[in-house]
Design a protein around this ligand. Sequence first.
Ligand SMILES: [Zn+2]
Ligand SMILES: [Zn+2]
Length: 249
Amino acid sequence: MEIFFLGVGETCDTAHGNSSSILTTSNGTRIMLDCGFTVPHQYFRTVEDPTRLDYIWISHFHGDHYLGLPLLFLRLWQLGRTKPLTIVGQKDIEEWVINLLEMAYPTFSRRIGFPFKFIAISPRATAHIAGMKWSTALTQHTQYNLGLLLQDGNKKLYYSGDGRANTRVRRLIQGCDFAIHESFNMVDTYPYHGSITSTLKLADEVDIGQVALVHLDHNLRKNEIQTIQRMVQDRPNTLLPVAGDRLNF
Ligand SMILES: [Zn+2]
Ligand SMILES: [Zn+2]
């Protein structure tokens, strides 16, 4: 799988954008992981052939994870997209997204020039979509947020969305090859977000191959960047990506 980081920040991070990535699987399927406020401009500015997008995963309904959808849809339409687009997420995904499209541009969702559909998945069952297994776990966040484990052949990628890992998440991601995990604070302080310290501990305890720390509080990143970089450099399998970074695993 290939990961291209579109943004690595939290809601208010003007330097690093909202956290989102483009995943290209071994069969060439392209999946966007979350689409917050800042994501569409970054996507259309930096991704080659932006109409080549097959799926969008929405972890939860906070603005830095899904409020970019109206602009993404609008621009894809403007670029002449005709092939179907599928949005995958938790229960009620269709209602949330249609309401959002209507709020941004009334009647737009009925006039859009390409077909789109929704797939709602639940932590109770693994879904089989585009030749991959999609399994989820409810994280500890202020809103219902699903962490997603994607299995492509023998490779497993976990994307946390928001929220601290709990026993459900630990069970899901045991031994996964790569994790993109929110790490909002330096240590666990606020109960509904993870931290750099707890993500590194999680990676050791559940045997994650490589871990990328994203969604850092922008003040923490600004004020403690040297300390954070030292923590990452001491660990060969830990990354602090920035927008534009691309890697294969
Ligand atoms: Zn959130
Ligand atoms: Zn967030």
